[in-house]
Design a protein around this ligand. Structure first.
Ligand code: PLP
Length: 398
């Protein structure tokens, strides 16, 4: 029998009983699906236990900004998939990235980042320079020698993306993370595009993995979230103390949706990768297309690294149209099944124009440096039937 607490005395008036409802302490069984703990805080019997819980990440649940059983379930699930010790779930991918960067950097610190990055991250790095006096050196994602040459006495971090947004360059994680370790700097890897199903950066020496769980991990375009996963407990605890002050916490319902999406991640990733392979191969042969950026193609600069590091090349590809921006705009307004929309990693195919949307904060030089052209179109390939997808893409190209 469930123990319902408190056992509300019948002497209380209805106005009071409506507020102080009994809550079950379930014993002897547990739910199949993780319940949504939709509460902002937790009740204690012992003031000393409550005081203690506030000061440590592994204490009793105390307050929703710290964590919550539904959120913790997501943290444990993703930490387990990545092979990390612990995780901090956040309200968005940028929340996870900022929790890590702001939690570990101080004014005057130096960080090294790869050149080709998600536009929001690139904009945040520019802000770190302008507003917090942090210095940044950009290096290619596959050049440990450039990383070694860039390091200064006050370098704290190297920031990488397993597969970069939107040019799908694959980072040399073993080379870059090993160099970081030798130099005593923390390596942070955004694994959003790969997911732990295609690559686990901790196996290649990374210290922290971040995700926009908005994308493949939740997978159904119905939630915004993020997570930072830690290889070692000491780094987790350091960032955790800052995270509870920053307050970029995940919401229990968003965590629950993400947990549900996670259950089908493996099946979805198989289909995303297979569909992207079909589209990339056919686009590469199309006369209107000048280049296709997908690391599973032999023509892609990361083809060999992708073969070595990834167990699938992901569901995002970009391609350049011969007709430049006008052709890109025509393509995006001609697709019927694919949707012109932001974000990626959901079951439906989405297209967008990076230069004017996801990467609009980049200067023309930064766009060129990242390889993003006026005619570049990004496709987040969904899990529809591949022939329906190709029929849509080829009619839009025509
Ligand atoms: N990292 C990558 C690779 C992304 O593509 C995105 C968003 O597109 C983010 C981080 C930011 O995630 P969010 O939009 O959930 O804040």
């Amino acid at each position: 029998m469930d123990d319902f607490r408190p056992d509300t005395p019948s002497t209380l008036r209805p106005e009071t009983r409506a507020i102080h409802q009994p809550r079950p302490d379930i014993e002897g069984s547990r739910s199949i699906s993780m319940p949504i703990y939709q509460t902002s805080g937790f009740v204690f019997d012992d003031p000393a236990v409550m005081a203690e819980a506030m000061g440590r990440p592994d204490g009793a649940y105390v307050y929703g900004r710290y964590t919550n059983p539904t959120v913790r379930s997501l943290e444990l699930a993703v930490a387990g998939l990545e092979g990390g010790t612990s995780a901090i779930a956040t309200g968005s991918g940028m929340g996870a990235i900022n929790t890590v960067l702001l939690g570990l950097l101080r004014p005057g610190d130096h960080l090294v980042a790869q050149r080709s990055l998600y536009g929001g991250t690139a904009a945040m790095l520019n802000d770190l320079v302008d507003r917090f006096g942090i210095e940044i050196t950009y290096v290619p994602e596959n050049d440990p020698a450039a990383l070694r040459a860039a390091v200064r006495p006050h370098t704290k971090l190297v920031y990488l993306e397993t597969i970069s947004n939107p040019m799908t360059l694959v980072a040399d994680l073993p080379g870059m993370c090993e160099a970081a370790r030798e130099l005593g700097i923390v390596s942070v890897v955004d694994n959003t595009f790969a997911t732990p199903l295609l690559c686990r950066p901790f196996e290649h020496g990374a210290d922290i993995v971040v995700h926009s769980t908005t994308k493949y991990l939740s997978g159904h375009t119905d939630v915004v979230g993020g997570i930072a996963v830690f290889a070692a407990q000491d780094l987790y605890e350091k960032v955790w103390h800052f995270a509870i002050e920053l307050g970029a916490t995940a919401d229990p319902f968003a965590a629950w949706l993400t947990l549900r999406g996670l259950q089908t991640l493996a099946l979805r990733m198989e289909r995303h990768c297979a569909n992207a392979h079909t589209l990339a191969t056919r686009l590469a042969e199309h006369p209107a297309v000048t280049a296709v950026h997908w690391p599973g193609l032999a023509s892609h600069p990361s083809y060999e690294l992708a073969n070595k590091l990834l167990s699938g090349c992901g569901g995002v590809l970009s391609f350049d149209l011969a007709g430049g921006r006008a052709a890109g705009e025509r393509f995006m307004s001609s697709v019927r099944l694919a949707l012109l929309a932001p974000s990626l990693g959901g079951v439906e195919t989405l297209v967008l124009h990076p230069a004017s949307t996801s990467h609009r904060a980049l200067s023309p030089e930064e766009l060129t440096r990242s390889g993003i052209g006026e005619g570049t179109v990004r496709v987040s390939v969904g899990i529809e039937h591949p022939e329906d997808l190709w029929a849509d893409v080829s009619q839009a190209l025509a």
